[in-house]
Design a protein around this ligand. Sequence first.
Ligand code: NAP
Ligand code: F7E
Length: 354
Amino acid sequence: MEGVKKKALITGITGQDGAYLAKFLLEKGYEVFGIVRRVSTPNFWRLQYLEIMDDIKFISADMSDMSSLAEAIHASNPDEIYNLAAQSFVGSSFDQPIQAADVNGLGLLRILEIVRNFNKNIRVYQASTSELYGSSVNEDGSQSEETPLKPNSPYAVSKLLALEISRVYRESYGMFICNGMLFNHESPLRGLEFVTRKITNEVAKIKLGLSNQLILGNLDAQRDWGYAKEYVELMWRILQYDKPEDFVIATNETHSVQEFVEESFKAVGLDWKMYVRINEQYKRPYEVQYLKGDYNKAKKLLGWEPKTKFNELVKLMVDADLKRWEAHLKGESLAWDALNHPGHVSYLYRKRDE
Ligand code: NAP
Ligand code: F7E
């Protein structure tokens, strides 16, 4: 049976979406390869949390290093590539714009060049983003596949390069490349610097007496927040569709950061106004103020609809953070504790090992 398994290569496998996608594809019977870069503190906590570390074949590579990417693609010889690796924090992209362009924009171009020369039948999923819309909005107040793009951060510009070059390669070389225009999606595996997880983590600490304030920036920004675990299935469905196309994935609901704060404190029975402070440091030089995605195309062609509602998402995140901190207080050893990570991956897959 091993021989008939489909093979997927995931870049960004140690990130939120990469971890959930790896689990989803393993459950679908895929052989899953993931690229990991060398970092001084290993970052496998999400894969450990999902208990899939031993099921993945890791390959050492970096999005800014063409030869390591080529080795990863040649060694895994995948049917599908999911390009999720990115410098994904919009705030940091203002501090390191060139790195964002290199990793997020040129990174995809490197992959496309390798695929074009190696095997044009490999299907490629590109993690695109609602950040591309900037202040652009349809008359009905939503953003869809047709909405003009007006990126207003170095992050969004880097993702625009990836989007446009993927379309050029699709048309020029007949390659199967698809963009998922994903709106914000969150989970207990979300990085702590993103606003949702920053809020739920701090609310859990406040509830348990481990903190007494939550410092935020722009409370008025509105986002279309969905559940990451549901969104990774869409990445797969998009690549199984009979034509390479781009799809908006969203909930078609928008909520402000303040609403997220209110709902989180409500989940633990506290009054948010007692704890929330504003600091300019967390405001951005140029903000995306409002996002609400129209996912009708995905509903029609892929038969998809989001399931988890906003208040359910907030609650499941708050509950997960409460559980973590309660376990921490009991002195339990946790998979998401950075100090508990293995110092290395036990198995680095290389072509020359075959
Ligand atoms: P994430 O948690 O920040 O994960 C990013 C991943 O990229 C990590 O595995 C990271 O590795 C890897 N990476 C960063 N720089 C790299 C490099 N130079 N070489 C190799 N790997 C590198 O992001 P996410 O939330 O899962 O998002 C996945 C993708 O979807 C990203 O491309 C993001 O831009 C896009 N996206 C996300 C959302 C969202 O709401 N989550 C919405 C739209 C689009 P380390 O672990 O080593 O840092
Ligand atoms: O900010 C505001 C902030 O950093 C959301 C990435 O996954 O989704 C994500 O990008 C909003 C912004 O996500 C704080 O100004 C207020 O308006 O959680 P975020 P993001 O910038 O929307 C898109 C779709 C992606 O593609 C990205 O990869 O919240 N906000 N106060 C704050 N944000 C943060 N991080 N921290 C605050 O204290």
